[in-house]
Structure formats: C-alpha cells, structure tokens
Design a protein around this ligand. Structure first.
Ligand SMILES: [Zn+2]
Ligand SMILES: [Zn+2]
Length: 412
C-alpha cells in the first residue's frame, strides 16, 4: 500500500489530511491550502475605513438611504458604534468570536471606532484590530424640517359652549393632545407631531401634522368632556399628484354645563344636579330625586360647592321635609327627594333663585357607573321620564363624522 499524500496547491508543502466535505456541500477553494498560505491573505473582519452618517440635529434620527429613522441614540458615539456594527462582517469560518469596542471622539463630528476581534479559525486563535472613522453630518430630517417650517394640516380649537373654558379644561385638553401624539410617535409614526399650541382668550388652538391626528385628538377630548366637534375643511392646495390637500379645523365645543353644576331647565319641575354631559346634560331632580336627561335649554344656578349644611327639623311626609333656612334660620317646608336620608339630623341644601332644595350627599352616586354599581338603576329607571317628555328634537353628538368621511374618501 502506498500512502497518499496531499500537497498545498500554492506552495507544494505537504498538508495533513482534511475532512472531505459532505456530499452536496461546496468545496471551499481555500480549504486545501496549508495554514501558512491560508492565513496569508485571511481577514477575520471586513470593515470599511470610513463611514459617513447623517444625523438630524433636532431629533437625533439618522438617515438610512432615503429614510430617516429614530434610533433613540443618546450621543454621536452611540450612532457611530451602531453604524460600524451594521457595516462590518466577520469571516464565516470563525467561531467563538468576541469583540471589544472603544470609541474615540476626534472632534465634534468625527468619532473613530477602534475594535478588537478574536475568533477561532482552523483551531487557531486569530486576533485583529480595526479602526473605522465615522463622520457625522448634521442635518435636518424631513419631519423636523416641516415642524420648523410651521407645517400643519389639522387644527383643533378647544372652546366651551356659552361660557369661558376653565384653566383645568385647557390644561387637560392640551394634555390629551400631547399624550395621544406621543403615543403615535412611540408607535413609530414619524408623521405624527404637534406643530404649535397657541393659547387664545377662548381656548387653545392645537396645530397638528395630519387631519387624521386632528380628528383623533378632537374625538378624544369630547370622549372625556362631552360636547361636540364640527369640522371645517379648507382646500389649501394640490399635491404633486394633483390630489386636493385639505387643512381641517376641528372646532371642539365642550358642554355648557359640567357634572356638579346645578341648573334650571325652566320646565316647572325645578333644578337639576348635573351628573353627566355626554350627549347633552343629564342629572337628578333636586325636588324628587328622579333621573333627568334630554335637557336642552337651561340656566346655571350654582355648583355643588355652593351648598351648605343645615338642620333637619322634621320629616313631614313622603314628599315634604322641614329644614332651617340657612340664611334666615326659619323653619321652612321643602320637597323631600328620594335620596333624602330621613334619619339624618342635618342635610346639604342649596339656596338659589329657584328656591331651597336638598342635595344628595357627596357620597351619593352621581356618575352613571356608580348608579349601576349601587343598584340604584332599577329603582330609578322606572321613573326616567321627566325631561324626556319635553324633548322635541334629537341632537347628533358628533356631526363631523358624516361630513368627514366624504372628504377623506376624496383624499385617499
Ligand atoms: Zn501553502
Ligand atoms: Zn429630526
């Protein structure tokens, strides 16, 4: 038997037997080389010498191709490391690869990345050092460019119907807009932004990047406060494809009355404590304790905070109770509502132009959900009639949805 010897095809030195590749596996052309020849032009790492990267100076987004992407980089060193990591390759035959990286800030816009790699190739530990110079080009991304240019497409005007908007309502409306837009951004929508918030005497004007965003913000505001939205589209221009571009004003009207207001619907049945406002005010009659909704016109008398505590003198019958008038301290007979606790020695009353009435206790359920949870719904629903009977027209809470869908149909 003659011993078969294998020789390096480049230098002719004998090489130890190597495993033949499995059937169907490509034969590596370099696999037959001896170690010296193989390592002669072996590179563990393939990396460019320099990289240029555009970073938005306002938001930190970086440009990849034509697109700007948020990467949440804390500083340019992070950007440089990320870019180098994306750009380099490690030889496929290397195993147990480790690397350590050391950034060096050369000047304001240049970061040199020094990296050390190690890996096992042909059962040999190989080490390699590379240096990549990363130049940061500061730019402005498309979105920041539009924000800076004052671009907006929707404007949400928050106002209150027939009264001044309260400071807390202004704040909350802005908060709703900001948190909604922030959530869109978090979700990766780079087109969602607030361009500007202007506080006018009547209320805030919130300029947003898209009509969809304006609609969503307006809807969220009335979901929380009640009231309604009207939209007024204006044709601004046509885009490059000839599509009509609309700028839309969403006029949000918060309801005239709020929960806790005491109002007089002037229908002869006396004042109502407002408990909810979605789709129009509703509440409870102070004379009877009946639930009342479908209120159209009313006059505000006071708020719950204007009530005072007074002494209960005597319960006369199922419909009347005697209390001390909080101003004159005389005994007066007033209506006894359902919610009146006849074992109480004192009670909350409100004296207004409409007369003297007993208020439900603070702990008494006022919101719809609390009515349900307290089991009061069943006993009250049977008498849910008082103001309904007077209603002659039905108010559509958000007419804009109808108008709007047709406009959007055109835009899409
Ligand atoms: Zn060789
Ligand atoms: Zn930017």
């Amino acid at each position: 038997m003659t011993q078969s010897r294998v020789f390096c095809p480049r230098c002719g030195d004998p090489v130890p037997d190597r495993e033949e590749p499995l059937p169907g596996e490509p034969r590596d052309r370099d696999a037959s080389l001896c170690d010296d020849c193989y390592f002669e032009d072996f590179a563990l790492v393939d990396a460019p010498e320099r990289i240029e990267v555009a970073v938005c100076g306002r938001c930190g987004a970086i440009q990849r191709g034509k697109e700007w992407r948020d990467i949440g980089a804390r500083d340019y060193t992070d950007v440089a490391i990320d870019e180098v990591t994306e750009a380099l390759g490690v030889h496929v035959n290397a195993t147990e690869v480790n690397w350590a990286v050391e950034p060096e800030q050369v000047d304001e816009t240049t970061v040199r990345i020094h990296a050390e790699f190690s890996g096992i190739v042909r059962e040999t530990l190989r080490e390699e050092q590379i240096t990549v110079s990363v130049r940061i080009a500061r730019g402005t991304c498309d979105r920041c460019g539009r924000i800076a240019g004052g671009y907006y497409s929707g404007i949400v005007q928050v106002r209150a119907a027939d009264r001044q908007l309260e400071a807390a309502e202004r704040r909350r409306a802005v908060e709703i807009a900001e948190s909604h837009v922030a959530a869109q951004e978090q979700g990766g929508d780079r087109e969602a932004f607030i361009t500007e918030i202007t506080e006018t005497d009547e209320g805030p004007d919130i300029k947003v990047s898209t009509n969809a965003l304006g609609k969503a913000v307006a809807t969220r505001i009335i979901e929380e406060f009640g009231g309604n939205v009207e939209s007024h589209p204006t044709l601004v221009t046509e885009d490059e494809d000839g599509n009509e571009v609309y700028r839309v004003t969403f006029a949000v009207r918060l309801p005239e009355f709020r929960a806790g207001d005491i109002i007089d619907p002037e229908d002869g049945d006396g004042p109502v404590l407002v408990t909810g406002t979605t789709g129009g005010p509703r509440g409870v009659r102070l004379a009877s304790g009946e639930i009342c909704d479908g209120i159209h016109d009313a006059r505000k008398l006071a708020t719950r905070d204007d009530s005072v505590e007074t002494t209960v003198v005597t319960v006369e019958d199922a419909h009347a109770v005697q209390v001390l008038d909080p101003e004159t301290y005389e005994s007066v007979t007033i209506p006894r509502p359902e919610y009146f606790d006849d074992s109480a020695e004192t009670t909350e009353v409100l004296k207004s132009q409409a007369g003297l009435y007993i208020l439900p206790a603070d702990s008494w359920p006022t919101g719809e959900d609390r009515w349900i949870s307290s089991g009061l719904t069943s006993s009250y629903s049977a008498r849910r009639l008082s103001c309904d009977a007077l209603a002659t027209e039905v108010r559509v809470p958000s007419p804009f949805s109808v108008v709007f869908d047709s406009i959007w149909g055109k835009n899409r």
